[in-house]
Design a protein around this ligand. Structure first.
Ligand code: NAP
Length: 499
């Protein structure tokens, strides 16, 4: 077959969509369109604007590998700086003009070898290759609490913050103590009239420093060599490896070390023994996504902060009624209650070869071969899709590794080695069997908690092996799983080479 220049559509202009657009341009794909449902790039960093929004990955690691950022103000990057970074990078690399904003894809169908897309505004388009960069934690989860519609004050989800609200002097109740709730409480403690934090399940908190970088440090970071030295990538990657080992082996030294650090933080960070017991989790650390916080224990011990551990019975006109009968009068209620982590590209309707529906393929749980491709959905590649690694490390790094793999698949299409690429069913089934068996050995499964890592049947949906196995898996696809022989000339992209 002759080499051809495929048309590529990328869905989503968040971190992963921007990355894909930059990399595909660099490898000579000149017919690429990015569709974005909102009016700006940035994804989760555009959507989330709640007080205290911070990325808990060290700032210098929360960048693309080819575009480090010497300007970060602190060790943990504040949300607006992250949004600014993505906006700036999209502009610098010419991605912004490739994006068609305010276009929400509602359907994608694979018909006669092409992806046919429909958009909410009535627009339609088609492409040879579809890259779904639609995000993981994107659809807010609203708790079903009786009487919520009766509340006379302001009720909002953390991911739909309204910055016009003046919280000074207000009585604020925050429901949920995941990473988001903890950040909001830490930011608002002492700054509102009265703060109540509603905790259903106590969480382990890992201490972390979040110092400001000095002007001298930032000047040093402007020199790429000095920045690389300051980052100490080897040490950071060793920490990531240790983290994933702790998840996959709850008896490991790494797991014990992290558990001890969380325990020490609780013992030393909370002075009142009664409060300390109320904050003491009953599950194994890392079972839920570990919370890194420099100041939560301080915030919850502020004289105007109150931890509420009674079950929420209902929301009434004036506040929250707890199971002990008490009415907690509030002006503002914040749902820091998380996201529908199993939606991925949905609610888009997606159908592949012979009309196979994604909803049917995912009827038991979202799944994908090495988190990227699916049988019967040819030429569709996911970034940060189901079963990929998630944890307390950079999703940017994950997406870069996934893109290495995707680019190799795309090269086979562009070289004309094949015109459709998807894993065979047996490969998918074998991967899924191995993945779910390994998932049952992780702390997410064995640690005695419930979290968004679990699918509906209680099986962890994330990458259940350590990080080095992920990196090795992304280095080159197992071509036999795609019904192909290895490429001649070790994955040389003939079309790119000829440009
Ligand atoms: P989350 O981890 O899913 O936490 C949701 C919280 O809401 C939990 O505490 C949950 O309690 C509580 N909740 C849910 N429904 C409730 C109900 N009906 N009544 C009482 N409590 C209820 O959500 P999240 O905090 O938004 O974090 C989600 C993920 O976003 C994180 O794990 C992380 O991956 C990402 N994130 C990252 C950062 C960062 O710094 N990188 C910051 C924020 C978020 P239970 O524990 O009892 O279920």
């Amino acid at each position: 077959m002759k080499p051809k220049q495929p048309r590529v559509i990328i869905l989503g202009a968040g971190m992963a969509g921007i990355l894909a657009a930059i990399r595909l341009q660099a490898t000579g794909y000149d017919d690429v369109t990015v569709y974005e449902k909102a009016d700006r790039v940035g994804g989760t960093w555009r959507d989330n604007t709640y007080p205290g929004l911070t990325c808990d990955v060290p700032s210098h690691f929360y960048t693309y590998s080819f575009e480090r950022n010497p300007h970060w103000s602190r060790q943990l990057p504040p949300g607006p700086e992250v949004q600014d970074y993505f906006q700036r990078t999209a502009d610098k690399y010419g991605v912004t003009p490739m994006v068609r904003f305010n276009r929400e894809a509602t359907a994608a169908r694979f018909i006669e070898g092409r992806w046919e897309l429909e958009f909410a505004c009535g627009h339609s388009d088609s492409a040879d290759i579809l890259i779904a960069a639609t995000g993981v934690l994107h659809h807010p989860k609203y708790p079903k609490i009786k009487g919520a519609d009766q509340f006379q004050g302001t009720l909002l989800h953390s991911a739909r913050w309204d910055n016009s609200i003046d919280l000074a002097g207000k009585r604020v109740g925050i429901i949920g103590n995941g990473s988001t709730g903890v950040q909001i409480v830490s930011a608002l403690a002492g700054k509102v009239g009265h703060l109540e934090h509603y905790q259903r399940t106590a969480q382990w908190i890992m201490p972390v420093e979040n110092n400001e970088f000095s002007a001298e440090e930032r000047a040093i970071f402007r020199d790429p060599e000095q920045l690389a030295k300051a980052m100490n990538v080897e040490e950071y990657m060793a920490a990531v490896e240790a983290y994933t080992s702790a998840i996959t082996d709850i008896e490991s030294d790494a797991a014990r070390g992290m558990a001890q650090a969380c325990l020490d933080n609780l013992e030393q960070g909370v002075t009142d023994p009664v409060l300390r017991e109320r904050l003491r989790p009953d599950h194994t650390p890392l079972c839920k996504r570990l919370i890194f916080s420099p100041d939560y224990y301080q915030a919850i011990q502020h004289p105007q902060s109150h931890l509420v551990t009674e079950d929420i019975e209902a929301i009434e006109a004036d506040g929250i009624r707890t199971a002990d009968g008490q009415l907690h009068q509030l002006d503002v209620i914040v749902y820091a209650t998380g996201f529908h982590a199993d939606y991925f590209m949905r609610p888009m309707t997606i159908s592949g070869t012979n009309g196979v529906r994604l909803d049917d393929f995912w009827a038991d749980r979202p799944k994908a071969y090495f988190a990227i491709t699916m049988p019967d959905f040819p030429n569709l590649f996911m970034l940060n899709g189901p079963n990929g690694p998630v944890g307390n490390f950079s999703l940017i790094d994950i997406a870069e590794h996934q893109l290495n793999y995707i680019e190799q698949l795309m090269a086979r299409l562009r070289n004309g080695d094949c015109d459709q690429i998807a894993p065979v069913h047996s490969a998918m089934q074998q991967f899924e069997e191995e993945r779910t068996a390994a998932a049952k050995k992780t702390v997410w499964y064995l640690g005695g908690c419930v979290s968004w890592y679990l699918d509906e049947s209680g099986i962890p949906s994330s990458w259940p092996w350590n990080f080095s196995r992920f990196v090795a898996s992304m280095a080159e696809p197992d071509w036999s799983a795609f019904g192909l022989n290895p490429p001649t000339g070790a994955a040389v992209d003939k079309a790119a080479a000829g440009k």
